[in-house]
Design a protein around this ligand. Structure first.
Ligand SMILES: *Cc1c(COP(=O)(O)O)cnc(C)c1O
Length: 343
């Protein structure tokens, strides 16, 4: 069996998982409506209402940057600011998308261990300046699970959202890897979102197993007013929408989404265990989802690259990020760790 040298580079290097592929194939017919007026999109919206145990307003867009930028733009005006962790995707990896789509609002970055926001930092940023000359904080954005593969417990989330409410801030959740967080926490999707005070979320299944298409889910449905116009204007209304939403049906019709997330998380645990036995390897953060972060001795990254392995080194730090996905196999883990020992 050939080894997948991209196995740990990103959960995006995996293909479309079989459960999503089957429904995309099923959707590949004529005789359905366009621009979301099709049975798959309707079913995907229904499945999300069921998943979250309430009525929600759902909009499907092409990717996570669009989901974050547009959902955030629904929360504030150009002179507002959003509080987020300094490692957050919206701050470091979206090319100013959230700022662009609000016409100039600012992200106020906070520090915090393991890429997690803290109430102390929210308090600090909100009270630091309250005058007319500084943008007015209007929302916080929480990533679940975080960019460092850690999770917020439901209690931690509640504490953050209560702090946000006390400052009259909306709560946005970046859930690009939400399924992995839910699988890891062992709580219901409702408990870790609206029941914990989240107003709107970007829900991603691309990294979990669909090919393209992320959902903006509004729990505070007043915030969704005219959101369809925002999507269309931003070029995010898919004409053949069913090909974005059929995969969601495949993953949400049964428990496929959570089983896949559990499996990816379990593989990350195996990878972590295997790495912990390799001399010279330091493991960096708790592995609470499908990511393992490690520091390898100098020269190792180059030696692994020459053996054909691809994975991310964190900008400027030299630490390595290893992701597991639905497609990760034990053979890939053992081959990787074996090569690492040799390096
Ligand atoms: C991958 C990811 C996104 C979405 O990125 P796109 O490349 O725009 O789809 C958003 N937030 C986080 C935390 C991510 O890891």
């Amino acid at each position: 069996m050939s080894i997948d040298h991209y196995a740990f580079a990103s959960d995006n290097t995996s293909g479309i998982c079989p459960e999503a592929w089957a429904t995309i194939e099923e959707a590949n017919t004529a005789g359905v409506g366009s621009y979301g007026a099709d049975p798959y999109t309707e079913e995907a919206c229904q499945l999300l209402c069921t998943l979250f145990e309430r009525e929600v307003d759902v909009y499907f867009v092409f990717n996570g940057t669009a989901a974050n930028s547009l959902s955030l733009s629904a929360l504030y005006k150009s002179y507002h600011a959003i509080i987020a962790h300094e490692k957050s995707h919206i701050h470091t990896d979206e090319c100013g998308g959230p700022e662009h789509f609000t016409g100039g609002s600012k992200i106020l970055p906070c520090s915090g261990k393991h890429a997690k926001l803290t109430t102390a930092e929210i308090d600090r940023v909100v009270t630091n300046r309250r005058d007319l000359h500084f943008p007015k904080p209007k929302a916080i954005s929480i990533t679940q699970c975080t960019e460092f593969g850690t999770t917020y417990s439901v209690d931690e989330l509640r504490t953050l959202t209560e702090c946000a409410r006390s400052h009259r801030l909306h709560v946005h959740l970046d859930g690009a890897r939400f399924s992995n967080a839910v699988a890891s926490l062992g709580v219901s999707p409702a408990e870790t979102t609206w029941k914990a005070g989240v107003d709107v979320m970007s829900f991603g299944l691309t990294k979990l197993g669909v090919g393209v298409g992320e959902a903006v889910v509004f729990f505070d449905r007043d915030l969704a007013e005219e959101f369809d116009y925002r999507c269309k204007q931003a070029g995010q209304l898919a004409s053949k929408m069913r090909f974005l939403t059929a995969g969601w049906c495949g993953l949400l019709r049964n428990d496929a989404w959570i089983e896949i997330a559990r499996r990816a998380n379990a593989h990350a645990q195996i990878l972590r265990e295997q790495l912990s036995d390799v001399p010279g390897v330091d493991l960096l953060f708790p592995t609470q989802a499908n990511a393992v972060f490690a520091r390898f001795p100098q020269q190792v990254n180059a030696a692994m690259a020459s053996k054909g392995w691809h994975y991310y080194e964190l900008a400027g730090i030299g630490d390595s990020r290893l992701m597991c996905s639905w497609a990760t196999r034990k053979e890939d883990i053992f081959a990787f760790v074996n090569d690492l020992r040799q390096c």
